[in-house]
Design a protein around this ligand. Sequence first.
Ligand code: 6LW
Length: 501
Amino acid sequence: MSTELFNPLVPGFNPDPSVVRVGEDYYLVTSSFEYLPGLPVYHSTDFESWEQIGNVATRAEQLEIYDVPTPFGVFAPTIRHHDGLFHVIVTVVGGRGCLIFTAADPAGEWSDGTVIEGLQGIDPDLAWDEHGNAYVTYCGSSEANGETRPSILQVQVDVASGTVLEGPRPLWSGTGLKNPEAPHLYQRGGFWYLLIAEGGTERGHAVSIARSTSPEGPFEGSPSNPFLSARSTDRPIQNTGHGDIVELPDGSTGMVLLGMRPVGLMPAFSPLGRETFATRLEWVDGWPVAEPVTPNARQETIEFHDAFTAESFDNGWVAVRRTPSEVASVKNGDLVLVADGEGLDDPHPTFLGRRQTGLTAKVSVETDVSRGTGGLSLRFDEHHHYDLEARSTPQGVRLLARARLAGIQQEWHADLPAGPIILHVTAMPNAGQGSLAEPVEHVTFTAAPVGDESAAVTVAVIDGRYLSAEAVLSFTGRVLGLYCTEGAVTFRGFSSVSTNA
Ligand code: 6LW
């Protein structure tokens, strides 16, 4: 039976996907930038339904991202399996540099990470030849005719010690489009194939390929490069690039890659940022031909409820530059956040969130602000977030909705009587648009006394276009979470429901 390719394959903020097949099992990892735990690991046995089984970096010391500035942190991993061990190679930009993590079980625990000493670049790939030589192929820069240009480089390494044994040698620079990056090296049918992204991660993003009889080159590009791109098209999935090739359950060749889903009349704004998609490749004369990446969303609702009764955090919760257990505690159904001086505009907010996984999404949580100030936030980074905040006053509960965008701020207010409240945020693309001036997405903040939705107040309805990857100019995506800026806030019964039409 032919494997059905669902798109998005892994919805929400999941850029730079890399995938490996081991027997009947598939494991996929994506970039995580300033969030911890880092490097989510997704698993599938049919390539159709995917479940997050863990994270590579569950301990802060594995990444050391406490001080990395936005938009740095954990960029573009590669996952491979060799000699009975899973390997993830990645760069922590502005941090530990290029690292190799290993694990016997991809659900974890993963190792502390071995630094590849002296490697200057991003997007590392790891491949072994038949003699066991290990190659790290990555995006760096090389000099030609007195000019420094980004290019794909390669070193041979000792994986156990992280020592560079040979190189770097320049391999290829693509067809001349900007930003040749995201290399992956594969052996197939007597050739070594070098897959790369070029054109930049924006609308010009593309995938190109070259081949050689040796992993060290020289590489010859495909005559049909770039062999995949959505540039200058009106396809609903844009920015497609940064691929990784894998054999599908039906024996055909698949490629996972990043893409974006712009919404609105133009459509120009992608609320969820860069997500993981998939397409099929065919081999013609030893070169891949790609099908365009087409939408095929699962007709399902993605639901998540957390009653906060477990002692540990479900592996989809993330915090900013700190682990969830450093910022939050759970006990008997209460999730407590305690402010420690930094707010949402700072690099270390007291914030605990989850990726927004559907273009249509609703999150609700009971909130007790009798001892502090906090609420719900939709976050791209510390400079770009929409918030619904509550605090107690002598008259009751004061509600504040805030749009904070690169130093620009607008606020809306409403009031509720004293007592526990429930906060809701809904995100909904605006389907019935007649003009470009209309909102592309409605982000609605409402609140009600617990148990009395008839007394709900709408605090604000904000156009989501300004909290999109294009407006924010961000590598991340939307993370929807709970926060506290003063005192302590207790949350109960978090629920999130989302759909991708
Ligand atoms: C990543 C690069 C890219 O390192 O964006 O889309 C960078 N491609 O390959 C960050 O995700």
